[in-house]
Design a protein. Structure first.
Length: 461
């Protein structure tokens, strides 16, 4: 009995151990199979990552050299984009034999040129640090206030003139033409602004562009898919950094050190007109209004200047003998005087001199008597230089910050596109075919019918 029981026990142990061994072998085999599949997945991912890095290394060289912007020419110098271009390059770099599909793609021009703005801001941050933007940040509120007050003062000037005209009509009188600053400035406003402020030794560029070719006006290729999970947030600091980028990479009236399709590129970014002359004229008018604000603000606080304006008004209104008309005329003279001073400021800026943001008695240029000869043959004053002031490009910085960022970016990238096409010999180049972000879905077949799907993302940042 004992012998039979012993054999039975040994048999059960053997069977138990056999089962354990089978389970162990199965487990080890499963682990090895899982590891093998994972290795195969990793190989496919590695192939795809390498291929993506390789195609993004084929960035548009001239765009980087001229404008410090990375972008992949999705047309590959053909001027036409298809996803097949990307698939062929991925296959060339060893990511073939898999099913691939572009699931998300972003071109430089998408979302108001968001990728262009992000890269430009990042470039300036890495090159100069955040200190420069932070130093300017406290001035942005002042810039905004000046822009708001400029509109308010323009309306006030018009209302004051209408009020004075109404009083004169009501009393059946009129102000004399001789010695009348209000009339003199009224005549100035009818003249082309550039004839009043251009330096005598400089001429205005007559270069023009074809609106139909410009990025801001032609149809553009668009990407698809949202990148909210990786997109940078556009903040006030980014707007400042983008403005600094524009000042560094594009030229304006006082900075003409390289040839382009337009001489006044910064002015084009701000105005969007078809010619250098129109763009410069538009920007000068904006600056004239901005300079009018601090001039008028100061003149209201200067008792001597107000007294001089009141005395002139009294002389003009002697025959009318209506106090309300005298008061309105004095106010009109102050407005005209501030406008004349703004013209002097623009003369200084365009010849390369500096003008202080806030006026004082020491920095005021125009005497009331000289206002009467402004813009005539007797006008020889071309504006003075105030070393403690701001230069023309620094006032453009203010305008660039106040400008809509998407509008400025589209115009800037359009100017860059035309320069690359017509000046640097890249006739095929189109900014709306330049890829900045890309995501590709890959589906590959592993052994035993296993299908593996994964996403590969790459961008310039």
């Amino acid at each position: 009995m004992r012998g039979k029981q012993g054999k039975s026990v040994r048999g059960e142990v053997t069977a138990y151990l056999s089962l354990i061994f089978i389970l162990l072998v199965t487990f080890v085999g499963g682990v090895m199979e899982s590891a093998s599949i994972q290795v195969a997945k990793n190989y496919h991912r590695a192939d795809m990552n390498r291929a993506m890095e390789c195609i993004f290394a084929e960035y548009q060289k001239e765009l980087l050299e001229e404008y410090d912007i990375f972008a992949l020419d999705g047309s590959y110098e053909t001027g036409q984009y298809t996803s097949r271009n990307i698939m062929d390059r991925l296959s060339y770099y060893g990511a073939g034999n898999v099913e691939q599909e572009v699931t998300r793609i972003r071109f430089l021009t998408d979302k108001g040129c968001a990728a262009f703005r992000d890269q430009a801001s990042s470039y300036m941050e890495h090159k100069y640090g955040m200190g420069k933007a932070e130093d300017l940040l406290e001035m942005t509120s002042v810039w905004g206030q000046q822009a708001e007050r400029a509109d308010a003062y323009a309306k006030e000037e018009q209302a004051q003139q209408e009020y004075l005209d109404g009083l004169l009509e009501e009393n059946e009188g009129e102000l004399p033409e001789e010695g009348n600053p209000i009339r003199s400035v009224g005549e100035l406003k009818k003249s082309p602004i550039l004839t009043l402020v251009m330096p005598k030794d400089q001429t205005v560029s007559e270069k023009r562009i074809d609106r139909r070719e410009m990025l801001a006006h032609r149809s553009r290729n668009s990407g698809y898919g949202e990148f909210s999970d990786v997109a940078a947030e556009d903040k006030k600091v980014s707007a400042l950094l983008f403005g600094e980028y524009l000042l560094k990479h594009f030229r304006g009236f006082t900075k003409t050190d390289h040839a382009g399709v337009l001489d006044y590129e910064l002015e084009y970014i701000l105005a969007g007109k078809d010619s250098d002359r129109e763009n410069l004229e538009s920007v000068v008018k904006k600056l004239l209004l901005l300079r009018f604000v601090p001039n008028y603000t100061y003149i209201l606080t200067d008792s001597e200047m107000r007294a001089e304006a009141e005395a002139t008004a009294l002389t003009l209104c002697t025959l009318l003998a209506v106090p309300a008309i005298t008061e309105a005329a004095a106010q009109g003279i102050l407005l005209a005087w501030a406008y004349g001073e703004a013209i002097m400021d623009l003369r200084s800026l365009l010849k390369g001199s500096k003008v202080p943001l806030i006026k004082s008695k020491e920095s005021w240029q125009l005497q009331l008597a000289r206002l009467l000869t402004l813009g005539t043959e007797e006008d020889y004053n071309d504006g003075r230089d105030d070393m403690g002031g701001l230069a023309y490009t620094e006032y453009l910085r203010m305008l660039l910050f106040l400008e809509d960022q998407e509008t400025a970016a589209v115009r800037a990238l359009g100017a860059a596109e035309q320069n690359l096409r017509k000046v640097h010999g890249q006739a095929y180049f189109r900014a709306d075919l330049c890829i900045s972000r890309l995501e590709v879905r890959s589906v590959c077949k592993l052994r035993r019918g296993i299908r593996y799907q994964f996403q590969t993302y790459y961008d310039y940042h």
